[in-house]
Design a protein around this ligand. Structure first.
Ligand code: ZN
Length: 318
């Protein structure tokens, strides 16, 4: 049986997302379209005068900023910000190729998770492509540190994220999650986890012109040892799950999915970007391998998330 996980994948159709930027509070639109095999993720931005900049590949070498969110440069002095949640949604679902066009400076925050992307992609389904998927196989451990925080990529037979956070806040405290990736587990265990922030930081950020669009509609807000949202958490340990969501988006900037283990303690966007640049600093750290040459630690049944139509898959199974 041909494993879907061995083949490249794109969206079954075009989607548009309208929302606001969490930092600017400005209305923004994001269009995601299917793309041919080996395209990866390519971002364009349409400026206010109608001029289009891009498409430009979403890769770690284009990252210009990792404070508060991940920002990439498209050239012509134009960037797009807050790309991590939409890229996480695509990568988490196993979508390899997509064109993204942003009408605005930052991607819409939507509900602060990847859930709205999941619901929308469900309506168009997944399109399996003929080309074989390729992975970045980790050959040597690469670690980056900042005080007591670290991020590491290690050789491992599978695709695992082992992430731990430790906040001086009773609601969060110490949370650890070991996540063995499959699209189905991403949808069920990660995609609905929302971003979070502390009111004391929000005040400072707003004075600096950031987080102007953040609200209880798109974030979990924490004050002292209290959650301000009236609705319950979506997962008991939603905080560490959102960090997994972020890391999946950040690591996708490697240009293709990694095969190995990612470990992180008190990490975030900047350590995630650093560990990728350290990995690519030496050819001895990794190799590009075909999915057909990897003993993936999951079978085809676990590849397909509930409710997602996979086009061409059923037809291609002999
Ligand atoms: Zn996030």
């Amino acid at each position: 049986m041909q494993r879907i996980s061995a083949r490249q994948c794109t969206l079954g159709g075009q989607l548009e997302f309208d929302g606001i930027g969490v930092h600017s509070a400005e209305p923004v639109s994001l269009v995601i379209e299917p793309a041919p095999a080996d395209t990866g993720y390519q971002f364009s931005r349409v400026l206010e005068d109608g001029r289009k900049v891009g498409p430009s590949p979403v890769v770690f070498s284009s990252v210009t900023r990792t404070t508060l969110c991940t920002t990439i440069d498209l050239g012509e002095s134009t960037s797009v910000a807050m790309i991590e949640h939409v890229i996480s949604a695509l990568s988490g679902l196993g979508i390899d190729n997509a064109y993204l066009t942003l009408y605005g400076a930052e991607c819409p925050i939507l509900d602060g998770s990847a859930d709205i992307y999941m619901q929308a992609i469900k309506t168009v389904g997944l399109q399996v492509q003929v080309a074989t998927r390729k992975y970045i196989k980790i050959l040597r451990t690469v670690t980056v540190r900042e005080n007591d925080a670290f991020a590491a990529l290690e050789p491992f037979n599978g695709r695992r994220l082992d992430l731990e956070i430790d906040f001086d806040c009773q609601v969060i405290g110490r949370q650890r999650m070991i996540f063995d990736w499959t699209p189905r587990r991403y949808v069920e265990d990660v995609s609905r986890a929302r971003t979070f922030g502390f009111m004391r930081d929000a005040k400072i950020l707003r004075q600096a012109g950031y987080a102007l669009g953040s609200s209880l509609e798109n974030s979990i807000a924490l004050e002292d040892d209290r959650i301000l949202n009236n609705t319950p958490l979506r997962y008991e340990d939603e905080f560490v799950r959102h960090k997994i969501l972020d890391a999946i988006g950040d690591l996708a900037l490697g240009g293709m999915p990694f095969y190995g283990k990612f470990r992180s303690y008190k990490g975030g966007h900047s350590l995630n970007a650093l560990v990728l640049s350290s990995l690519f600093a030496s050819d001895a750290n990794y190799e590009i391998v075909s999915a057909n040459d990897l003993p993936l630690a999951f079978d085809s049944l676990d590849d397909i998330p509930e409710g997602f139509e996979v086009k061409s898959y059923l037809r291609s199974v002999g």
